[in-house]
Design a binder for this molecule. Structure first.
Ligand code: CO8
Length: 260
């Protein structure tokens, strides 16, 4: 499948998706959104693919935000009637049950930071910079940034970033729990692919269940989350991969997963 604004590639069981508008710092236009929706749907539907990595092309940016040039002429009624930005969460967060990682290689600003935070976790280059500078355009985050950033780094830092539009460097992002890990810039893709390959080698249904459990911590109270965890755990114990995983451990061999 060929796209205009993104590149996709299957590497074993890992799908690599690259935002590919380097001349616009990978700004997220409506074409990018439509193509990402298609690429993630293809990844989700392909049983041979078990983890995805999303990154940006070029040296400078993961994505410098929603496409300001495309949005500048739109009126409030257009944004409201199109329910602008709603598809990002419905198609890239809710509809993707398999794990995916954002490999942030440079600027992740505005919608770019929000897109990275939609991933299950972020691995960042030491040159990455995160920010929600929408206030400087007279607006505010619109793809979940005020919510996901606050849950990740806490109220004080999220509020400061949204109100001043300042960027956070990779080291601060790791210290503040926005990213799972920072790696030297030149090693970003090797490390991200290695991590994705490790996830892809796990029993696939167990990977989906682990993802669902951790995500539920953001959406439910503690009692409800713990109850969901217990039920999902009980369901997994009936899987073929549970029987295989435990037998493989006892027989001192690698498990062979059925994905069910
Ligand atoms: N949208 C469209 N084009 C962009 C964007 C963007 N978000 N970011 C950069 N570009 C383009 C530039 O216009 C420029 O194009 P051209 O060469 O044709 O002039 C090219 O990318 C390179 O950019 P710069 O020359 O600016 O590169 P610098 O290295 O000098 O600066 C920065 C890099 C600091 C990242 C700078 O480009 C910048 O500040 N970009 C915008 C960041 C931003 O504000 N992001 C938030 C966008 S808003 C959003 O995501 C959600 C809510 C939006 C509602 C808006 C309603 C109008």
């Amino acid at each position: 499948m060929s796209y205009e604004t993104i590149l996709t590639e299957k590497r074993g069981a890992v799908t690599l998706i690259t935002l590919n508008r380097p001349q616009a710092l990978n700004a997220l236009s409506s074409v990018v959104l439509d193509e990402l929706i298609e690429a993630f749907a293809a990844f989700e539907a392909d049983d041979s693919q078990r983890c995805a990595v999303l990154t940006g092309s070029g040296e400078k940016a993961f994505a410098a935000g929603a496409d300001i040039k495309e949005m500048s002429d739109k009126q409030a009624a257009d944004f409201y009637l199109e329910d602008f930005f709603s598809k990002w969460t419905s198609h890239l967060v809710k509809a993707v049950r398999k794990p995916w990682i954002a490999a942030v290689n440079g600027f992740a600003l505005g919608g770019g930071c929000e897109l990275a935070m939609m991933a299950d976790f972020i691995i960042a280059s030491d040159q990455a910079k995160f920010g929600q500078p929408e206030i400087k355009l007279g607006v505010a985050p619109g793809m979940g940034g005020s919510q996901r950033l606050t849950r990740a780094v806490g109220k004080s830092k999220a509020m400061e970033m949204c109100l001043t539009g300042r960027m956070m460097g990779a080291e601060e992002a790791e210290r503040s729990n926005l990213v799972a890990r920072v790696v030297p810039h030149d090693e970003l893709m090797t490390e991200a692919m290695k991590t994705a390959t490790t996830i892809a080698s796990m029993p696939p249904m167990a990977a989906m269940v682990n993802k669902e459990m951790v995500n539920s911590a953001f959406e439910t109270g503690l009692d409800q989350g713990v109850a969901l965890e217990r039920r999902l755990f009980q369901i997994l114990t009936a899987s073929e991969d549970k029987a295989e995983g435990m037998a493989a451990f006892i027989e001192k061999r690698e498990g062979k997963w059925q994905g069910r």
